[in-house]
Ligand binder design. Structure first.
Ligand SMILES: *Cc1c(COP(=O)(O)O)cnc(C)c1O
Length: 506
């Protein structure tokens, strides 16, 4: 722990000032007037708003226009460090200069997740309609935490939660919230499970958790954050396609029971980040049910594929889980900052997030709609509903279904085309929109070759790919999920791979 002493504060530029004598009467009124005249700069009038808004629109339009040819990854010399030379000063700098700074130091350096050639990790989106929703949400600054404050905003979020709950197949009584992302949603799910299963104190080290090696790292981190670091982690063996084996799960739970432990949580994935593997949730649910264990499903990546026929044929059994996480900023193409948690027995979520606050006594009177603040760790929060609701009602669901199936088909197309590249080794047939592959060189170490290949692809920048290591084998990944990714980008990825392989082999 470092505490800043008075001397330290002075060093940091905060010189201690004696408290001034309070002003009174006329002097007080004059001071208030003087302050108001400066403070009013924070509230531009109509002409000034137009003058500020139009360069912002022009900036975003030039961003859109450049997207088609934009590099998906760009290494700039200073990696945006020029930003540090622009002080937060007493005087403002004007919108043109501010936008130039954003253009130069933020828009250009690093990864461009808005580009269709972003085929790495789990790509994001950034729907235009969401940006309009965010604009309106920010202008109104509606308070979306409590029903009493902005009933419409809360209804909007809750109807989106119910829409997702129906997609998953949850019954009436399910509740959930929009979170900032999948990690926080997973953390909230684990806290809910912990409280529902009464895991705490001296029980923790005797309460094992079951998951596979492929579970997202935010789940094990969440266990730690939830005070459950001592809960034994049981890595359930997987089949050859990286899916949890329900028979092994049943065997491990039985062994732990026999040893006097208290199994309480299974975490399955509907679409792992690494390989897109879909755990057999329907079979896992039977094991969990028989064992009286909470079943949480991390569907942050895969959940919205339920909007497609292919997805529904593959993602089975979510309705039997106790909680599910989905990421609208992945499969619904929203801008970053939107995850979702759904809990089948909603009252267990509410019970876990229970609080008392005297100063909110007027606000806690709603019986019509549950308030997000009662279901999540957040009290004051961004009105996330509008950025999700607006695109869904503006476009309808059909284009989302089409885009999601297009991503699956593009991944299959890539997988098929890979067989035309001599030396290419393919991983398992893609479950959703992630494919694994690696090049086996004529001579030398394959892992080293592929590590170099991925570096060269990045340096090239036309497409952005990522890699993973599974059991010591270095694999390249293709992950298709950006709504802007179309066949052209996948063809480009194939072409870049061909070129770079030839160069390195050359
Ligand atoms: C992305 C992802 C997460 C983490 O979600 P964030 O929104 O990045 O916090 C968790 N699980 C899976 C399977 C993911 O793909």
């Amino acid at each position: 722990m470092r505490r800043v002493s008075a001397a330290g504060a002075a060093h940091a530029g905060q010189v201690a000032v004696p408290e001034p004598v309070p002003l009174k009467g006329r002097a007080l009124r004059e001071r208030i007037e003087a302050l108001e005249s400066v403070a009013r700069q924070l509230e531009p009038g109509r002409p000034e708003r137009d003058r500020l808004r139009s360069p912002v629109i022009a900036h975003s339009e030039s961003f859109y226009e450049g997207l088609d040819d934009a590099l998906t990854y760009r290494v700039t010399d200073d990696k945006g460090a020029g930003l540090l030379e622009i002080p937060i000063a007493e005087e403002g700098i004007g919108i043109e200069k501010a936008l130039r700074i954003v253009g130069e130091h933020v828009d250009r350096a690093g990864l461009n997740p808005a580009a269709g050639g972003h085929l790495a990790y789990v790509p994001g989106g950034g729907l235009f309609a969401s940006s309009l929703g965010d604009y309106l949400a920010d202008v109104g600054n509606h308070y979306a935490g409590v029903f009493f404050a902005t009933p419409g905003a809360v209804r909007m979020e809750n109807l989106l939660v119910r829409w997702m709950a129906r997609l998953v197949g949850y019954p009436e009584g399910a509740l959930g919230t929009l979170s900032s992302g999948g990690s926080i949603a997973n953390l909230t799910a684990i806290v809910t499970a912990r409280d529902a299963m009464e895991v705490g104190g001296r029980r923790v080290h005797r309460s094992p958790v079951y998951l596979t090696q492929q579970v997202h790292h935010c789940v094990t981190k969440a266990l730690r954050l939830a005070g459950l670091a001592e809960a034994p982690l049981r890595r359930v063996p997987m089949d050859e396609r990286f899916r949890m084996r329900p028979d092994e799960l049943a065997r491990m739970i039985a062994a732990d029971r026999a040893a006097g432990l208290r199994p309480w949580l299974v975490v399955a994935s509907s679409g792992t980040t690494d390989t897109g593997a879909i755990d057999p949730v329907d079979e896992i649910a039977e094991v969990a049910e028989a064992a009286g264990v909470w079943l949480h499903v991390d569907a942050a990546y895969g959940g919205f594929f339920l909007l497609t026929g292919i997805g529904r044929s593959k993602i089975r059994g979510l309705e039997c889980s106790d909680s599910v996480v989905m990421d609208p900023h992945k499969g619904l193409f929203l801008p970053y900052g939107t995850g979702a948690l759904l809990v089948r027995q909603g009252e267990l979520l509410a019970r876990s997030q229970w609080y008392e606050a005297n100063y909110l006594q007027d606000a806690l009177d709603s019986t019509e709609e549950v308030s997000p603040a009662d279901l999540s760790p957040e009290l004051t929060r961004h009105f996330r509903g509008l950025r999700m609701w607006l695109p869904l009602v503006l476009h309808g669901v059909a284009p989302f279904r089409a885009a999601l199936e297009e991503k699956i088909q593009l991944c299959r197309y890539f997988y098929e085309e890979l067989s035309g590249i001599p030396g290419m080794q393919r991983g398992p047939y893609p479950e959703l929109s992630v494919a694994l592959y690696r090049y086996v060189p004529r001579a030398g170490d394959a892992n080293e070759f592929n590590a170099r290949l991925i570096r060269e692809v990045r340096r090239d920048g036309r497409v952005f790919l990522s890699s993973t290591t599974i059991d010591g084998t270095f694999w390249l990944r293709l992950a298709v999920l950006c709504f802007r990714t179309h066949r052209r980008h996948v063809d480009l990825a194939l072409q870049v791979l061909r070129e770079k392989i030839a160069e390195i082999e050359g």
